[in-house]
Write a protein that binds this ligand. Structure first.
Ligand SMILES: Cc1cc2nc3c(=O)[nH]c(=O)nc-3n(C[C@H](O)[C@H](O)[C@H](O)COP(=O)(O)O)c2cc1C
Length: 212
């Protein structure tokens, strides 16, 4: 399904949104990472940390697809089960887009406009913007809790990688309360993602994350 031309300003009216960003590696294989997208004064900005594969790939090939959905399951898959993501050719024919319950696809080229604080700031020049089949998902706190838990999981991962063990405890507290919310009000699928995410976090930091 190709969808209609999208009104980016309406989709991204809350300024900072989350997307799955697909880039191409040296072998032209797709790589997907959850990243924030800022829409400000009709400009689209992304800010990958310089130590991410996304930043590296953009240096090799400055093309992206931005895949927007309300369904946090795709963010979980991108980080924990990347083999589950299914791709199809995008309209520009180079960087693929992700198949599934997506609201908006944007394809374009990036220009690096700033490099400070460990991040690259890229402006995305839009080549194509079109609607997907849609998330078909009502607002859900448990779904939001999964996204929040994933954000703090990536922060814990980065801190552990850099060796600053003392800093993880605040993030672990936030992960724990979001996992608890998912278990309290989420359906089976979310509960099992909470269990999987908890195991991965425990693998990173030992037994520091206990259920409460
Ligand atoms: C919702 C969400 C938003 C994120 N936003 C960013 C971001 O804007 N920039 C960034 O470098 N990492 C961000 N991250 C963390 C990256 O997704 C994570 O570190 C990823 O593993 C790094 O990307 P890579 O696979 O390209 O190395 C975000 C994670 C989540 C769950």
């Amino acid at each position: 399904m190709w969808g209609v031309l999208a009104d980016i300003g309406r989709f991204l009216r809350f300024r900072h949104h989350e997307a799955l960003i697909v880039t191409l590696d040296e072998g032209l294989g797709p790589h997907t990472a959850p990243m924030g997208v800022e829409y400000v004064e009709a400009r689209l900005l992304i800010r990958p940390y310089v130590n991410t594969k996304t930043f590296h790939n953009l240096g090799v090939n400055p093309e992206v697809s931005l895949n927007f959905t309300q369904d946090s399951r795709y963010f979980f898959e991108a980080l924990l089960k990347p083999d589950r993501l299914r791709y199809r050719i995008g309209r520009c024919g180079r960087v693929p887009v992700i198949e599934g319950d997506f609201d908006l696809y944007i394809e374009g080229r990036v220009n690096l406009v700033d490099l400070s604080g460990g991040r690259g700031v890229f402006v995305v020049q839009v080549s194509e913007a079109y609607e997907g089949p849609g998330s078909r998902l009502a607002f859900s706190r448990a779904n939001n809790a999964l996204l929040e838990a994933l954000v703090y999981y990536t922060k814990v991962k980065a801190v552990v990688r850099e060796g600053f063990e003392g800093e993880v405890s605040d993030y672990l507290g936030l992960i724990k309360s979001n996992l608890n919310l998912m278990r309290r009000i989420g359906g089976k699928e979310l509960v099992s993602m909470a269990d999987e995410l908890e195991d991965v976090v425990k693998g990173l930091v030992g037994g520091a994350l206990r259920r409460g």
